[in-house]
Design a protein around this ligand. Structure first.
Ligand code: SF4
Length: 438
C-alpha cells in the first residue's frame, strides 16, 4: 500500500497545513532548485460586488501556508497560476483584481512568488490517450504542482477536487471540448485523464469551508475545518469525495480515473493517516433540486410557474453557457406574473431533444441549435445561436416566446453574486479574513 492520504483538522495558521504536508510526505525530497507551480481554485470572480467566497475559492490562508512551507525547503521558483472564470478570457482586469484582493500581490512582495493569469501565457497541446487538450505551458513544465482545490461538490461532476481543478489550466477551446456528447468520451471520462501529462502533483484539499451544490457562489457553504493531503491525486479525491458524503464509486470521473489506473475505488489501496474519514465526513448535496419530471427547478414548481419547461442542465453544457444559464433562470423567476406561459420549452447544452407538441422551443446556444435546428417535433423554433449566447439575443428569444426578461438584470449579472451574501449575514464562522493576506 504505497498511497498515503492525510486528513487533518484545520486549527491554526501554518501549523495545520504543515501537519497535513508532513503526514502525507507531500513535500519530501524536494530539491531547492525545483520549479513549483501552485494551482489554487478561483473558479469565479467579479470586480463589481463583494460575493461569498467560502467553499468557492481556495482560502488565501492555505495558499500562504503552502508558500511558506516551500520557502522553508529553499524553493525560490514559485508560480501561482489560475485561469479563473471572467466572462471573457480577454478580460485581464478581473483576474488581476482577484489576485490583488486575495493578497497574492503581497505574497509576491513578501516571498518573491510570481503570479500568472494562464490566459496571458502560452498553451501547448498534450495528448491524453485518444484526444488532445491545450494546457498552460508553465504548469506542464514545472517540477511539482502544488494543487490547492477547495473541498466542494459540483452540480455536473458530483465533486470538484484535485483532478477537476486542473481544468482551470486549459485554454477556452479545450474547456469547451471537454463537454462532449459521445457516450464513452463525455465530460467525466475526459476530466479523469487531465492529470496524465502532468509533472508530480501534491494535492491539498482546502476544506476550511466546503460547498454544497457547487462549484460557485450560488452553492451553500459550510465551515468544516478539514484538510486532506496526498501526493496521489486520485487518493486525495477519493478521500475528499467520501468526506463530502459521496462514495467514489458514485463519482463518474473518479471511477474512470481508477479504471485507467487499474485501482479500486473503495480506498483499500490507500493508507489514511491523521483523522478518520467518519470523524470529519458530512453529507453534501451536489445537484440543484428539480421537479420529478426534471422539467422545472423545484422552486419554480413550488411557486406554481406553468407553461414552461426548462430541463435540468446536463454535463454537455460548458462553463460559458452555465454562467449565463443561472442568470436566465433568475430572470425568468422575476418575470413570472402568475399567468401561465404559452407552453414554451427551453433546451440547453448539446444533446437535449425537443418534446413533441410544445408550442415554442427555444434552442439556447449554438450547440443545441445545431443539434436540433431541423427537428420536425418543433412547432415554432426560436434560435439563440451564439457561443456563448449574447444577452440581447436571449432577451429577444424569450420575448418572442412571451416571457419578458429584464435585459438590465442580465447585462448586469456581475451583480448577482452579491445577492447570495445575505445567506451568511451574522454567521461569524464565515470569516472573510481567510481570503486576505496580512
Ligand atoms: S454554445 Fe454554449 S455549450 Fe456550446 S460550446 Fe458554446 S458556450 Fe459551450
Amino acid at each position: 500500500m504505497s498511497k498515503i492520504a492525510a486528513i487533518v483538522r484545520y486549527e491554526k495558521p501554518l501549523e495545520s497545513v504543515r501537519k497535513a504536508v508532513d503526514l502525507s510526505h507531500g513535500l519530501d525530497d524536494l530539491h531547492p532548485d525545483a520549479k513549483v507551480f501552485i494551482k489554487p481554485n478561483i473558479v469565479f470572480w467579479t470586480r463589481t460586488v463583494p460575493f461569498p467566497k467560502w467553499g468557492v475559492i481556495t482560502t488565501s490562508r492555505v495558499v500562504e501556508d503552502a508558500v511558506i512551507l516551500l520557502k522553508e525547503r529553499g524553493i525560490d521558483d514559485i508560480t501561482i497560476g489560475e485561469g479563473g472564470i471572467a466572462s471573457s478570457p480577454r478580460d485581464k482586469e478581473t483576474p488581476a483584481h482577484a489576485f490583488k484582493t486575495l493578497g497574492y500581490d503581497l505574497l509576491k512582495k513578501r516571498y518573491g512568488v510570481k503570479t500568472i493569469n494562464v490566459f496571458e501565457r502560452p498553451f501547448e497541446e498534450a495528448d491524453l490517450d485518444g484526444f488532445s487538450l491545450n494546457f498552460n505551458t508553465d504548469i506542464i513544465h514545472s517540477d511539482l504542482v502544488v494543487n490547492l482545490p477547495v473541498l466542494k461538490t459540483h452540480a455536473q461532476t458530483v465533486v470538484s477536487l484535485g483532478i477537476k481543478n486542473l481544468k482551470g489550466t486549459l485554454d477556452i477551446e479545450s474547456r469547451k471540448k471537454c463537454h462532449t456528447v459521445e457516450e464513452h468520451e463525455d465530460l467525466n471520462s475526459k476530466i479523469a485523464k487531465l492529470p496524465n501529462n502532468f509533472p508530480p502533483i501534491f494535492t491539498l484539499l482546502d476544506g476550511i469551508f466546503t460547498l454544497e451544490r457547487g462549484p460557485s457562489f450560488d452553492g451553500k457553504a459550510h465551515r468544516r475545518n478539514v484538510l486532506i493531503a496526498s501526493s496521489d491525486i486520485l487518493s486525495a479525491d477519493m478521500v475528499g469525495a467520501k468526506v463530502l458524503g459521496h462514495d467514489p464509486q458514485e463519482v463518474p470521473h473518479l471511477v474512470f480515473a481508477a479504471r485507467d489506473q487499474n485501482r479500486p475505488t473503495d480506498l483499500s489501496d490507500v493508507k489514511i493517516v491523521g483523522e478518520r474519514i467518519e470523524g470529519v465526513a458530512s453529507p453534501h448535496e451536489y445537484a440543484f433540486p428539480y421537479n420529478e419530471e426534471g422539467t422545472l427547478p423545484l422552486p419554480f414548481e413550488k411557486r406554481g410557474i406553468r407553461g414552461l419547461s426548462y430541463r435540468m442542465y446536463d454535463s454537455t453544457m460548458c462553463t460559458y453557457c452555465s454562467e449565463l444559464n443561472g442568470a436566465i433562470l433568475m430572470a425568468i423567476s422575476r418575470a413570472w406574473k402568475g399567468e401561465p406561459w404559452d407552453d414554451v420549452e427551453v433546451l440547453t447544452g448539446k444533446m437535449m431533444k425537443p418534446t413533441p407538441k410544445k408550442n415554442k422551443t427555444i434552442l439556447l446556444g449554438k450547440c443545441i441549435y445545431e443539434a436540433n435546428k431541423d427537428d420536425r417535433n418543433i412547432n415554432e423554433l426560436i434560435a439563440v445561436k451564439g457561443c456563448p449566447p449574447l444577452v440581447k439575443a436571449v432577451v429577444r428569444a424569450f420575448d418572442q416566446a412571451g416571457i419578458e426578461l429584464d435585459p438590465a438584470f442580465l447585462e448586469d449579472r456581475d451583480k448577482i453574486p452579491g445577492l447570495f451574501l445575505k445567506r451568511y449575514e451574522g454567521k461569524r464562522e464565515f470569516d472573510e479574513s481567510f481570503f486576505k493576506i496580512f
